[in-house]
Design a protein around this ligand. Structure first.
Ligand code: MLT
Ligand code: ZN
Length: 393
């Protein structure tokens, strides 16, 4: 692992790697969920950590934009924005250890996508070191954005084009949550209907299974939740409280709201305690969620034999679900079937977590041949010898 301290050092590392034809895997906080920032034994590689790229953050009060080096943590950027009375709205449970560079490379989504969009919507400029060692940037003192299409290409490129060393981010006026609720419901369609009642006041709409939330509660030593309905939808709003079913849990103070969020945010930690889990995240149109989940449940329990403990949770109104299936017969077969289902619903296999190594065999699926040609051109523009994160395909 190499730990450069600035863009020039990143350039030296990349041009040496290029010279010796050694693959490079960029790594931020190593919180990715699809193996996109770690190596494997099948090829010679170096990992380039961006954690030491930490020039002081610069803030432009005229545009409410900041310029930040890749190694700052997401939560540090959020806190910096707060000191300016503003908000950096991308938020994920790994906020304290995910680097801002990593969230840009993966186009991180998270719990506020429905209100503010994914990372792509916040990035107005980037600096990237490309594999021949050149430092390219379109960071400007005033918001120009998307000069030469650099941002478009780089956000979500998962380390395949070069190493993001800096970014210019647009901060937002803060939207302050007024209430958070966990509402029991008996179907995904019901949960969607209820979420839509919040209209433009919606800050978050997250879904979990009651059964899993009970396991999470037990794992985290939290109070159990009423188990009458199969689903729980977590809603957050910056508007007035709407009418909710009687058995909803509603929180107003920051402390109580965090308590409710932890049922949802501690899912990943709970799942990590289980063995032989196949994880897959998927985005499908919201109208197809109910059907998609019952189809996946069916193939998980029948087609592959002995699948147990089917867990599904995620970002409801984005249509982005996280599936975790324990004790599968043949995980590869099940993965292929889930991927085919996603495509059949016109969904996205890349979804929130990206391709990484876990989904690399589907990297071309869902794209037209013209789009694949475009992608290859983009790679050729930056990385003709394909030294950058080659396991992503
Ligand atoms: C989350 O939304 O909590 C993470 O993206 C999901 C995961 O751990 O699969
Ligand atoms: Zn997620």
């Amino acid at each position: 692992m190499v730990r450069p301290r600035n863009s020039t050092e990143v350039g030296i590392v990349l041009s040496e790697a290029q010279k010796h034809a050694i693959a490079v895997i960029p790594q931020g906080g190593n919180t990715g969920l699809v193996g996109g920032s770690v190596g494997n034994d099948s090829f010679q590689h170096i990992i380039v950590s961006t954690r030491l790229l930490r020039d002081p953050i610069e803030f432009d009060a005229a545009t409410n934009q900041l310029t930040v080096s890749a190694g700052w943590m997401l939560s540090e950027v959020q806190k910096f924005a707060e000191t300016k009375g503003l908000e950096y709205p991308v938020d994920i449970a790994a906020r304290d250890s995910a680097t801002i560079g990593g969230t840009i490379a993966t186009n991180a989504g998270g719990i506020h996508v429905i209100a503010h969009g994914m990372t792509r919507a916040q990035v107005v400029g980037v600096e990237i070191v490309v594999p021949d060692g050149r430092v390219l940037h379109d960071i400007s003192p005033i918001a120009q954005g998307f000069v030469h299409g650099l941002c478009d290409d780089v956000v979500g490129s998962e380390g395949t084009l070069g190493i993001i060393t800096k970014a210019q981010l647009q901060l937002q006026q803060p939207r302050t949550a007024q209430w958070t609720a966990i509402v029991p419901t008996d179907s995904l369609d019901q949960a969607v209907k209820l979420s839509l009642k919040l209209g433009s006041d919606v800050l978050a709409s997250e879904i979990m299974q009651t059964q899993t939330a009970l396991h999470v509660a037990q794992h985290a030593g939290k109070q159990a939740i009423s188990a009458e309905y199969s689903w729980l939808v977590l809603l957050e709003s910056d508007g007035p409280l709407i009418h909710l079913p009687d058995d909803s849990l509603v929180a107003f103070s920051a402390h109580d709201r965090r308590e409710l969020w932890s049922y949802r945010e501690r899912h990943t930690e709970y799942i990590a305690t289980k063995k032989n889990v196949l994880k897959f995240d998927a985005r499908v149109p919201v109208s197809a969620l109910e059907t998609f989940v019952s189809e996946v449940r069916q193939i998980a329990t029948h087609t592959t034999g002995n699948a147990k403990d089917f867990v599904v949770f995620g970002h409801l109104l984005d249509g982005n679900l996280h599936l975790a299936i324990s004790n599968t017969g043949d995980p590869a077969e099940l993965q292929d079937e889930i991927a085919a289902l996603i495509i059949s619903h016109n969904g996205s296999i890349r979804a929130e977590h990206g391709i990484g190594q876990a989904k690399s065999r589907y990297v071309d699926q869902g794209f037209t041949s013209a789009e694949l040609v475009e992608r290859a051109k983009r790679r050729d523009r930056f990385d003709p010898n394909r030294i950058m994160n080659p396991s992503i395909g």
